[in-house]
Ligand binder design. Structure first.
Ligand SMILES: O=NC(=O)[C@@H](O)[C@H](O)[C@H](O)CO
Ligand SMILES: [Co+2]
Length: 404
């Protein structure tokens, strides 16, 4: 079997997605997600100008060899653009291999280790009453775990809290120019324990509550927050501090038993080395799309399993249904599965990317369709062209740029 066509499809059914479509001489097709929020066109060029010419004529069954060829053969290693491009190729090849075998991908990854995939949803509010309503809405949708994000008194916009414009319409955090958001860590550290207090008082002690500090704290501030949240027993505190400096987590780990989740911005195992071997975290967060594909993410989960660390694949709306589907096949198969983030997509996105996966009672299942179980409606995709979009930039009260 040979790859005879390589196509990159950019579409924006409410937000930008980049999709790679490979076609073989047998007429089989494979899809891969290459979406890098805010820097999408860099990956389009990496795939179109540098990778596509190398794929034509290759045997699609040689997944490991193709991955090594693209990773080592580029000379310049790692990084979000490179690894998103390689991920798209990897997932498309697994899609083809599974279709050729007539099996859903999870059957090629060792088969099901569980009946279904536990998820968590996003609850948010500009203030605590609005957050409580949002938790209620997620529970009504069937979620059995929620990430809670709240506005902070005195701050205009906060990560994870959908702000609305004068008309009340939600303001997406992708904008044609970066939105500038304001930040005050002390206000956040004072306010967040009161948020957990209110949610626990309203929903009880059992509901798994997750929270994302989104890279904004110093190690000692992260230790303080982890400690202050212990009475509320969070399921996890996510991205508590920028973790390029992995050793920084030693100070946090020494000071709190609050479980820690890190890694949605990591793209190779080297970003995690000390975090895993020193058991500084409890969950690894990378998504298939940003970590180079199914092939390396499976290796990461197996490495993490040796240190009692579980998977928790990143699943926001800017991971396309293709990336979500690929994650679910891994989630179903690996032994050390933890939880899957699932924000869902717009109805239009679900029409562009028709998928076999289903959401029921707060759990997902990848479905039994051969391959990863996603089909791309190219005509509908073409009707929604790319729109330049940036993630926000965060600034402290004195104007200093901070982590968003
Ligand atoms: O845990 N989820 C997150 O932190 C996400 O909402 C990220 O901010 C976006 O996916 C960045 O594109
Ligand atoms: Co996050």
């Amino acid at each position: 079997m040979k790859i005879v066509d390589v196509k990159v499809v950019v579409t924006s059914p409410g937000r930008n997605f980049v999709t790679l479509k490979l076609t073989t001489d047998d007429g089989l097709t494979g899809l891969g997600d290459a979406t890098l929020n805010g820097r999408e066109l860099a990956v389009v060029s990496y795939l179109t100008d540098h990778v596509a010419p190398l794929l034509t004529g290759r045997d699609p069954h040689r997944i490991e060899d193709t991955w090594q060829y693209l990773y080592r053969g580029a000379y310049w290693r790692r990084g979000p653009v490179t690894m998103a491009a390689i991920a798209a190729v990897d997932v498309a090849l697994w899609d083809i291999k599974a279709k050729a075998a007539g099996l859903p991908l999870y059957q090629l990854l060792g088969g099901a280790s569980r009946e279904r995939v536990r998820t968590y949803g996003h609850a948010n509010g500009r203030d605590i009453p609005e957050l409580l309503d949002s938790v209620r809405a997620r529970l009504a949708e069937g979620y059995q775990a929620v990430r809670i994000q709240s506005g902070i008194p005195g701050l205009k916009a906060v990560y994870g809290v959908h702000s609305t414009d004068e008309s009340g319409a939600a303001v997406l955090h992708q904008q044609a120019r970066p939105l500038v958001e304001d930040w005050d860590t002390d206000a956040y550290l004072r306010h967040t324990p009161t948020v957990f207090e209110a949610v626990r008082a309203e929903f009880g002690a059992e509901l798994p509550l997750l929270h994302d500090a989104h890279h904004r704290l110093s190690p000692i501030q992260a230790a303080r927050l982890g400690k202050d949240l212990e009475p509320y027993r969070p399921f996890w505190l996510e991205d508590c501090t920028p973790a390029e400096n992995q050793e920084a987590l030693r100070l946090v780990r020494r000071n709190t038993t609050t479980p820690l989740a890190i890694g949605e911005v990591f793209n190779t195992v080297h970003d995690y080395q000390a975090l895993i071997t020193e058991q500084l975290i409890d969950y690894v967060r990378s998504a298939v799309t940003h970590f180079g594909g199914v092939t390396p993410l499976r290796k990461l989960f197996d490495f993490a399993a040796q240190y009692q660390i579980k998977s928790a694949v990143h699943g926001p709306e800017d991971i396309s249904p293709i990336g979500m589907a690929a994650a679910l096949h891994l989630d179903l198969a690996v032994h050390n599965f933890g939880i899957q983030e699932y924000s869902g997509h717009t109805p239009l996105t679900d029409e562009v990317f028709r998928h076999a996966y289903t959401f029921t009672d707060g759990h997902l299942h990848p479905g039994e369709a051969p391959g990863i179980g996603v089909e791309l409606d190219e005509d509908l995709a073409a009707a929604h062209p790319y729109e330049a979009a940036y993630l926000p930039v965060n600034r402290l009260q004195d104007g200093t740029v901070h982590d968003w």
